[in-house]
Design a protein around this ligand. Structure first.
Ligand code: BGC
Length: 247
């Protein structure tokens, strides 16, 4: 079966039909740049542009980089604040004229990793973290997602953790791998203190460069592995979430 997946990110809005049996894109994905400011109507127009580049008329799963409960977007750390308390699922569904499932971006990436990637078959407590503009988190207990955990906003050294340890912080402050890994280590230790996971799956674009920083991280008891689906995890997970609504 195929379902369309869209990943709304801070820099790009990407989408493609997903082959749910393989957990991979069925066609090459399309991408448009995220508008600035990233207000709901403009983002919806970009989502429609991406979906419109395919001959698609079925359900669409869409990720959002903030808390999503019952189709409403509740926080907006890295997008325009007008998303807060918006019926985004209704708005996107009306714009596309298609049934829409909306979920947090890290939750979507986590769902994909737990079925097709680095968390496949893993029981117990698994935490998938995505490092990018922010830090996203997806918490799984015996394979079941606890949605909207928002562990990127834990306080670390008096700061919002994602401001200190995201990939954006590394770039903005021109941190060396060593320096950044030290911050990530402190962050992981804090998360470990709270949840004692068996496994951390480290995702986001930076997972491609895992060899540059994962070996530098010590004092974390849990196993740490890079995500496997990398750039497409959000798209695949969004489509998987939407498929749950199709009987
Ligand atoms: C948001 C999360 C999101 C993460 C990654 C954070 O700032 O609060 O909801 O998953 O960024 O995009």
């Amino acid at each position: 079966m195929q379902i369309f997946g869209v990943d709304i990110g801070g820099s790009g809005i990407k989408g493609a039909p997903v082959d749910l049996d393989r957990g991979d894109l069925a066609q090459e994905r399309q991408k448009v740049l995220t508008p600035h400011p990233a207000i709901p109507e403009d983002v919806a127009a970009c989502v429609a542009e991406v979906v419109g580049r395919f001959d698609w008329s079925g359900p669409v799963g869409i990720t959002f980089p903030g808390v999503v409960t019952d189709g409403c977007t509740r926080t907006a750390a890295n997008v325009d604040k007008t998303w807060i308390d918006t019926d985004a699922r209704g708005m996107l569904g009306d714009r596309l004229g298609l049934p829409v499932t909306l979920l947090n971006d890290a939750d979507a990436a986590g769902i994909a990793e737990m079925t097709f990637g680095a968390g496949r078959g893993r029981k117990g407590t698994v935490i998938v973290l995505t490092f990018g503009t922010g830090i996203g988190s997806a918490l799984f207990v015996d394979g079941k997602l606890v949605p909207n955990t928002e562990l990127g906003h834990l306080e670390l050294n008096g700061h919002d953790a994602e401001k200190h340890a995201s990939t954006k912080a590394k770039e903005d402050e021109e941190l060396s791998w060593h320096h950044w890994a030290h911050r990530v280590q402190k962050y992981l230790s804090h998360v470990e203190m709270l949840f004692s996971p068996e496994l951390f799956v480290i995702g986001g674009g930076v997972s491609r460069k895992a060899d540059k920083f994962l070996p530098l991280i010590e004092h974390v008891r849990a196993e740490m592995v890079p995500a496997e689906l990398q750039n497409n995890a959000g798209i695949v997970g969004a489509a998987m979430a939407a498929s749950d609504t199709v009987a």
